[in-house]
Design a protein around this ligand. Structure first.
Ligand SMILES: NC(=O)c1ccc[n+]([C@@H]2O[C@H](COP(=O)([O-])OP(=O)(O)OC[C@H]3O[C@@H](n4cnc5c(N)ncnc54)[C@H](OP(=O)(O)O)[C@@H]3O)[C@@H](O)[C@H]2O)c1
Length: 306
């Protein structure tokens, strides 16, 4: 892979699903020099494998100006900063620009927020604002960026019982609209590969846009069938949920002043499982080196979480 990118700073190392650690490993394997920027260097150091090419530094995230010195001198920034709130994400974009780093991968890693329905949902407000902000900065010629959209983090979602409850606790899986809707999922290892390839091939990729990958398109019923095959002695009970009703309840709560994101699940499940917007129609997997996995691979992956 030939690329203009030799030195990369990653901000937000303890990201969900171990993503920060996996991205660091992939970049180091690609012979890229990596700086890991974190709010708590001793804590992050204890959780990271020692690597000769890894530079770990404590970042001050209180302002873009205070974070910028950590980023200066790098060819690109990978942001894995927390979702939901736009402010810390915008701060990383501003810090990248102040530090004269020419390129970034934004902290996106989710659903296609060009879909009009999804753009209106409160849980995605932060991501939409961040996406619009970086696009504006790119149009002003201050930076180039790619966002990598992944669908649901497969391992993370399975460990939380989000798509299917794999725990042997007798609790039912919530099946949205009978569980037949297909949606995109990406294994965390594949996401880390896509980040490394997107940086390695930067000069050959379309700029200032989202790139889409998935490890597979699955339905909840399909995941349940795989789980049953793996543990035939278990029941895997279900409870059915109507996403249109859940959507209505979530909007009622929101309109009554509820702002707790955990109460907004009905909006996300309506978008992903009810309206089928969690399934990517266009994929850039080939160009980012991501192979679509088959049934055997999916069964083995699920078995890791049982
Ligand atoms: N598609 C999916 O299913 C899925 C699932 C999970 C996550 N994600 C994506 O992965 C990315 C990160 O995930 P996440 O939202 O779950 O984030 P997170 O793990 O809560 O946080 C990521 C990092 O952000 C930094 N951080 C946390 N709180 C902060 C604060 N108040 N101010 C500034 N920095 C803070 C921390 O970095 P340090 O402590 O190292 O400084 C933390 O490790 C996001 O883009 C998210 O959308 C996607």
């Amino acid at each position: 892979m030939s690329s203009s990118i030799r030195k990369v700073a990653i901000v937000g190392i303890q990201a969900s699903g171990g993503l920060g650690h996996l991205v660091i490993d992939q970049l180091l394997k690609s012979s890229i020099q990596v700086t890991a920027v974190t709010r708590d260097a001793p804590k992050t150091k204890a959780s990271l494998k020692a690597a000769p090419n890894l530079n770990l530094i404590q970042g001050d995230y209180t302002s873009a100006a205070s974070l910028a010195p950590c980023l200066r001198g790098h060819d690109a920034v990978v942001s894995l900063i927390l979702r939901g709130q736009p402010d810390p994400q915008i701060l990383v974009i501003d810090a990248t620009i102040i530090a004269d780093v020419p390129h970034m991968i934004t902290s996106s890693f989710g659903i296609d927020l060009q879909q009009e329905y999804l753009r209106t949902l409160p849980p995605f407000k932060g991501k939409v604002q961040m996406g619009d902000y970086v696009a504006q900065k790119a149009s002003e010629g201050l930076i180039t960026f790619n966002s990598i959209q992944t669908g649901i983090f497969f391992g993370w979602g399975l460990s939380l019982g989000m798509m299917i409850n794999l725990k042997d606790d007798g609790l039912p899986s919530v099946l949205f609209d009978a569980g037949e809707t297909k949606f995109s999922v990406s294994a965390e290892e594949d996401i880390a590969t896509a980040v490394a390839v997107a940086l390695g091939k930067k000069d050959k990729l379309p700029m200032n846009c989202s790139l889409f990958i998935h490890t597979a398109a699955v339905s909840q019923n399909q995941l349940r069938e795989y789980a049953k095959e793996s543990r035939p002695e278990r029941e895997f009970p279900v409870t059915l949920v109507d996403t249109a009703k859940e959507e209505k309840k979530a909007w009622e709560a929101y309109n009554n002043g509820e702002r707790d994101i955990s109460k907004m699940g009905g909006l996300m499940s309506r978008g992903t499982f009810g309206l089928g917007l969690g399934l990517f129609k266009h994929l850039d997997s080939d160009v980012l080196g991501i192979e679509e996995r088959d049934e055997e691979w999916l069964k083995a992956f699920i078995a890791r979480y049982m």
